[in-house]
Design a protein around this ligand. Structure first.
Ligand code: SF4
Length: 458
């Protein structure tokens, strides 16, 4: 599949199915609460957290405002350092570029760093169609790949799986059959399985958390060290990078290396931060390809109200605090971008018409905005996208009738008088039923302000 979407059902349909899974809700509730509390603790350690957020916000705003200039600067710097830069407009084009590079080297297997951007373009499937196996080397991604499953969280892709389930998957696939569910034992099984693949791979594939325009440097943050193996051991490295991942200057990285680990894994510093600039003779990959991916991003940029979504650094903090995500899990969003960020990004990348229910997958409580390290006002964008979502005929009729009533003060006053005498049960029925099935219709005040005012004056 060459898009961010994975499911065919609407959000309410898929959520209804997921909500029946009590195991999933237990796994998610435990995981999100743990990360949430840890994040709050490490953020509280920094007195200047709000200043860091403001700085991150300002840098990313500068990037989106001057993206054309920074992209050209990045291309020139990366090329000067020995990288080959490719431009890809869509998912299929990007996958073709990567597959072409792998084929030119006569390889049938590649090792991969966890990368949402390559998931977005459906790279593994595209490579498989051309006879190339892409081996996921991140522990959780490996679990999902072995089971034919897909990610439900930006940072913890297998958050919907517990260790007993992982043990069973490993027993069935990579063995051994007497594996226990001890985390160290499971990690060792994955390590043994991957080690041989790391050593024989001649092509590695990565994404990037950041791409620095000033120097042409790519940056990957990770926890397991598998990313470092993929980006240093193979002779050829292909990095697929969304065009919004740019930072203008090398010094900007200092801000984001504080914001991202604290917001994502709730760590002061993540265990592995890999940076590479072009190629260095005799050290690391000797051929570096960078695929700069648009895939709908310039369309998002065109919308002044929606473009803030491009500031996202994929930390996942908004998922961990979202009451909707916590209950439905990631698969209900039908996209590799779940949670609040998915609810604003997927409709913009794919078109609101394609996923009209996603902007409604939120209670608009604002928790996502409060934790976002680059201060993306997700609720505001959700409301903006709701305005673009196609309306049901009954909803359209109702809105037209309301507009007609509000357009004339006499009509409006008559409607207010009518509302007082119509029983609540009747008023909440008909087209209002969907809304009132889980909410109470507020009572109408016995007297309007104008009536009260007139009475007082007389
Ligand atoms: S929207 Fe903000 S909180 Fe959510 S993943 Fe992106 S950067 Fe993190």
């Amino acid at each position: 599949m060459s898009s961010a979407r994975r499911g065919a059902s609407s959000f309410p349909e898929a959520a209804r199915v997921e909500l029946r899974n009590t195991q999933l809700r237990r796994n998610l509730g435990h995981a999100t609460h743990t990360i949430r509390e840890k994040r709050a603790a490490v953020v509280a350690e920094l007195e200047d957290w709000e200043l860091l957020r403001e700085a991150g916000d300002a840098i990313k705003r500068d990037v989106t405002a001057n993206l054309d200039r920074y992209l050209e600067q990045f291309e020139a710097a990366a090329t000067a350092a020995g990288a080959m830069v490719h431009w890809a407009l869509g998912a299929d084009g990007a996958s073709d570029i990567v597959a072409g590079i792998v084929e030119r080297h006569g390889e049938r297997e590649v090792v991969k760093v966890k990368s949402l951007t390559t998931d977005e373009i459906g790279l593994n499937d595209a490579l498989a169609r051309r006879g190339v196996e892409a081996v996921e080397t991140d522990f959780a991604e490996l679990v999902l790949q072995l089971d034919g499953d897909w990610s439900s969280h930006i940072l913890v892709p297998a958050i919907h799986r517990n260790r007993t389930e992982i043990r069973d998957i490993f027993r069935r696939t990579i063995g051994p059959a007497d594996l226990t569910d001890d985390p160290a034992v499971l990690a060792e099984a994955a390590r043994l399985h991957l080690r041989a693949r790391f050593l024989r791979a001649r092509v590695g594939i990565s994404g990037a958390n950041f791409a620095i325009a000033e120097t042409g440097t790519l940056v990957v943050l990770e926890s397991e060290g598998n990313g470092r193996m993929c980006t240093t051991l193979p002779e050829v490295l292909v990095s697929v990078v969304g065009i919004e991942k740019l930072l203008p200057r090398f010094d900007d990285l200092g801000i984001f290396l504080q914001l991202l680990p604290r917001s994502s894994t709730a760590e002061r510093m993540n265990p592995y931060t890999s940076l590479w600039t072009g190629v260095t003779p005799g050290d690391g990959p000797q051929e570096l390809h960078i695929v700069l991916l648009d895939n709908g991003r310039t369309d998002v940029l065109r919308d002044p109200a929606g473009r803030d979504a491009l500031r996202c650094i994929r930390c996942s903090a908004c998922l961990n605090v979202c009451p909707v995500y916590e209950r439905t899990g990631g698969h209900a969003y039908g996209s590799i971008y779940p949670g609040p960020i998915g609810a604003i990004l997927t409709p913009q990348l794919e078109g609101v018409d394609a996923v009209p229910t996603l902007p409604y997958a939120s209670s608009l409580c604002g928790a996502c905005y409060e934790v976002c390290p680059v201060r993306i006002d997700i609720p505001r964008i959700l409301v903006h996208l709701r305005g673009q979502a196609p309306k049901r005929p009954a909803e359209r009729r109702m809105m037209r009738a309301l507009a007609w009533v509000f357009a004339d003060s006499r009509r409006y006053r008559r409607a207010q008088r009518l509302a007082r005498v119509v029983p609540r049960r009747v008023a909440g029925g008909g087209p209002m039923r969907g809304w009132t099935s889980s909410r109470e219709l507020p009572p109408v005040a016995p007297q309007t302000f104008r009536e009260w005012w007139d009475e007082r004056r007389s």
